[in-house]
Design a protein around this ligand. Structure first.
Ligand SMILES: [Zn+2]
Ligand SMILES: [Zn+2]
Length: 267
């Protein structure tokens, strides 16, 4: 593929309504394929192929109900379309010179490329924690976040199961990052793989880390599937995403979190 073809696919022409629709579809389909690969693999591993072997690591003993899983998949389909809408709007703003997305990989070198991915992970963790706290405000929760909390025993497909308003908030990391610092579309794509992988892991329902994690410094920093499944179980507490730092700083970890992690990992 020539470099101009790569540029065109990273940066489509947005002159007509048909260009917009095509780009929304392209973003939604590529997001949907990535999501299906990650969530589908987690589903097959946890609930089909390795079910007996992993059963003791299931954080909540029951399996998610079939109708809940189908609802999560329906909501997730809507979410990837909304990601397409936010994505095309951000690309349109970039064409007008309003963002800092850059296309020439050599312009900023390898160090910045990888640093921009790390920055986006840290930024997203902070963005997620605080927008998540806001989504739990009593005036906002019912119309923006209750859809996600209908999954009280989440499956991997709950990772993108959002109400439309929450999907817009979740997609907001893309325009936010590209407005704050230079980032290449490929760097953002690598971030998205991290994002969907971590998100699916947090909703899959299984604790994968060893018990020793909670006794080490890493356990105070890294978030765990137990942490997020407890958020779905109790609705209050454990608002973090990748790291447990904001929950510790703000005192919002569920009081039973560490004990629950130890219980799940010693069965
Ligand atoms: Zn969740
Ligand atoms: Zn929540």
């Amino acid at each position: 593929m020539s470099s101009s073809t790569v540029m065109r696919s990273l940066f489509p022409s947005l002159e007509t309504g048909a260009d917009f629709l095509r780009t929304i579809a392209r973003i939604a389909v590529s997001d949907g394929i990535r999501y299906t690969l990650f969530a589908g693999t987690a589903w097959l591993l946890g609930y089909v192929w390795l079910r007996p072997r992993w059963a003791r690591r299931k954080i909540l003993p029951a399996n998610p109900a079939r109708q809940d899983v189908w609802r999560e998949i329906r909501y997730s389909l809507r979410t990837v379309v909304i990601y397409g809408l936010v994505g095309v709007t951000t690309l349109w703003a970039t064409q007008r010179g309003w963002t800092r997305l850059y296309l020439d990989l050599s312009a900023r070198g390898a160090f910045w490329f990888w640093a921009s991915i790390a920055m986006t992970i840290v930024l997203h963790d902070t963005y997620f924690y605080w927008t998540h706290r806001l989504l739990h405000h009593r005036r906002i929760f019912r119309w923006a976040h209750v859809a996600h909390h209908r999954s009280t025993n989440p499956s991997p497909w709950a990772a993108y199961a959002f109400a439309p308003a929450e999907a817009v908030v979740q997609a907001g990391i893309f325009p936010l990052a590209v407005c704050l610092y230079p980032i290449h579309p490929l760097a953002f794509l690598i971030f998205m793989l991290w994002q969907v992988g971590f998100n699916v892991l947090g909703h899959a329902g299984f604790e994968i880390y060893p018990r020793a994690l909670m006794d080490s410094w890493l356990g105070k920093v890294l978030n765990t599937p137990t942490n997020h499944v407890m958020h779905h179980e109790f609705v209050r507490g454990n608002y973090g995403l990748y790291f447990n730092v904001w929950d510790r700083l703000m005192g919002t970890n569920h009081e039973c979190y560490e004990a629950r992690f130890r219980e799940v990992t010693t069965r």
